[in-house]
Write a protein that binds this ligand. Sequence first.
Ligand SMILES: C[S@@+](CC[C@H](N)C(=O)[O-])C[C@H]1O[C@@H](n2cnc3c(N)ncnc32)[C@H](O)[C@@H]1O
Ligand code: SF4
Length: 476
Amino acid sequence: MEKEKPSRQLRERLDSLEEAERHWILGRETDDPLRYAFESKRLVHPFIPGNMLPEPETRESWRKLMKTQWMPEGSKRSAYIHIPFCQTKCLYCGFFQNFGDQLLEDDYIRCLVEDLRLSGKEPLVYSGPFHAVYIGGGTPSILSADNIRRLMRAVRESLPLANDCEITFEARFHEFTREKIDACLEEGVNRFSLGVQSFDTDVRRRIGRVESQEQILDRLAYIHGMDQAAVIIDLMFGMPGQSMDIWGRDLSTMAQSDLDGGDLYQLNVFNKGPLKRAIDQGSLPAPSPTSEQAAMFEAGVATLRSKGFQRLSVCHWTQSTRERNLYNFFAKSGAVTVPFGAGAAGKGFGHTFMLNRDIHEYIKEIDQGNKPLLFLMETHEDGRIFNEIVSQMDRGRLNLTWFRLKHDLDLPTILEPVFSAWVDRGLAEWNGEFLDLALAGQFWYVNLTQAILDCLLMLKHDEKPVLPVAGVSAQG
Ligand SMILES: C[S@@+](CC[C@H](N)C(=O)[O-])C[C@H]1O[C@@H](n2cnc3c(N)ncnc32)[C@H](O)[C@@H]1O
Ligand code: SF4
């Protein structure tokens, strides 16, 4: 990152933008920034640019990386293991890859175990501890109890897990039988992340979920009663037919359910996705407009605070000492993540990696003794700074002194026009040491984070930024 640039330079760059583009950076002037500071959510996640390596270099770069000894220098690392199957396809979801099939699942787990075993022989993997393992999807809970055991044994045999390693298993309720829950707990899972979305049976079924509220509460009580692992749920707000009253009941039920924590996610509607099609065809009611989603966000913060929950990030809440949220915290801050499985993503050492999403290609590559790489991307040269910005904004507060001491980067000087506008517009508070997101800034934190990245890139490359705006907003 170039050293300190005067705020005048950024002011000039901002003046050269079209008004609509400037609004994506500064927000709009309005009496109600929570609802109206932006037209919509710009992207699902902030976007950090990088350079795709040409294919011939991909394998060689991966090989070199795996031969490196792990030099932690105080940082932690994770493994991500992907299960690309679901029993049903939920209308809102962009994560679906394959329907479950027992024969294919058995073959896939055989290959995943081999993927872990082969990587476990590499210096990068065996030369230091892993602090978080995330088994995500798709739906890991679709796996048979035997396959859960096979996978978990391979994880423990192939990865040197730290004694306090967080091991998360992502699940939905549909197929998560007691036998499977017991298999997870017996094999060392210590955290469940469960997709509830809404406790309201009608809202759930409308978007493709299966169980009733009673079935969910019964299963949650069983898992909680085992008292062996952190239990976290995901809720979404703004779904079709989910009124403010229903959302209020969702929050109260969550607060009464003896959970260790949960995420409250704003619904993203993908422009070409099945949910959008169903709404456009009139077979589903429209989801709440962004302004109402903002009010739901506000209600979520107020309710969970009043019930004694604490906040670990803008979306993530805890009410127990069991929940640490390590994997998500490491992933956001750019820590090394080693990927396993078809469609798994990883990062570290200035690279982002993606494994082949095609399950048959994945199986073929593993059978030939290869890591099934789809691509390697070199992260932008300031990727570490960008990741840290994303991570801190995700927690609602930028530590400005930290950037000065660690990266010789004077954000208050460089970004003064932006920070001042956000303070004027009710999105943030700012003193010499910290930029704190106000409630409105927390709701719009993806837009604000992307705006910071855009400004830094604009100054660095001395050109107009490509302002990414994806079609993922809520309606209205
Ligand atoms: C990787 S998904 C998979 C979860 C798991 N397969 C399930 O069905 O419960 C993790 C979480 O992302 C959230 N999510 C998925 N699609 C979303 C969308 N379109 N908008 C907001 N959140 C979404 C949901 O809360 C979901 O539980
Ligand atoms: S929400 Fe979960 S179960 Fe539903 S399609 Fe997405 S990944 Fe599969």
